[in-house]
Write a protein that binds this ligand. Sequence first.
Ligand code: SAM
Ligand code: SF4
Length: 341
Amino acid sequence: MDGWPGPAKFLSMLDPFGRKITYLRVSVTDRCDFRCTYCMAEDMTFLPKAELLSLEELDRLCSAFVAKGVRKLRLTGGEPLVRRNVMGLVRSLSRHLQTGALDELTLTTNGSQLAKYAAELKDAGVRRINVSLDTLDAAKFRGVTRWGRLEQVLEGIEAALGAGLHVKINAVALRGINEDEIETLMRWAHGKGMDFTLIETMPLGEIDADRTAQYLPLSLVRARLAQSFTLDDSDYRTGGPARYVRVAETGGRLGFITPLTHNFCESCNRVRLTCTGKLYMCLGQDDAADLRTPLRASRDDALLSTAIDEAISRKPKGHDFVIDRRRQAPAVARHMSVTGG
Ligand code: SAM
Ligand code: SF4
């Protein structure tokens, strides 16, 4: 029948607060070729390789979620493009785009490997990607990422644009680091037709730096930008937590991800899977469900499906991130690279 949405459209997972879970973010590795100061300590201990799910197992898990109504999959990490043969996973998951079961397959990357993979990603059905870039100053870039090279990331972004991918630039707002560069970054991104989103630092995992010193509230950044730019509220949504404005002077879109100044949990539609098969129902809480055991216990997905339902029934109402001087320990002990940003 014309216009018939197909069976997957009728399936959905509802959490206890009536939120429909349609978005799965998958950390395919906790490893990374950078060591961003707000994300990792320099000397990180990573998971033993033997604990990782194989790419086939990750595919099976993702596919089980798609069968239960997930419409958007984002691969992240750590750095997703440093996992060996990750393109094999992208290509196999893209079958769900072809059947119409999935609306979007996308990834968040630091851009270091994009020159190598951009064309292949486009070819596999990826349409949009997020690239994290906090500064356009090579020395600062080296300072923030510790191990990264700006030139390599810029080449990667050009390759992605050249391949026809829509690129969104994500920058973490860092007091005293890129605070004075936010306008430059925005103009640069918009000049290349890319959306630009700012993120507040979240208290996840022990890092070497002082988070209180790094934290820059986006309410302040927005007020400063509003002195030079006309920011028109927009209802544009990508299924994620960003709230957008249209910047009249650049014609581009500017997003704000504000877990600390504005709690976005009421419209949360996502859950996060780690590379060892743990499902986190909230980025800001410790509760997780083990999906590796039911995955490995049987060849069909009945046990897995029950375990997913049980996990979704425990999705909490929200997080309680706070960054202040009295509370020095992170709200959540695991790093963003484990749960997937
Ligand atoms: N390596 C990839 C990248 O950098 O895009 C994907 C994983 S990274 C953990 C995903 C996003 O989380 C990046 O945009 C990064 O800037 C952000 N991020 C990492 N740690 C964060 C923190 N503590 N607070 C806020 N954002 C963070
Ligand atoms: Fe790596 Fe991304 Fe974390 Fe930076 S933010 S250390 S690139 S995982």
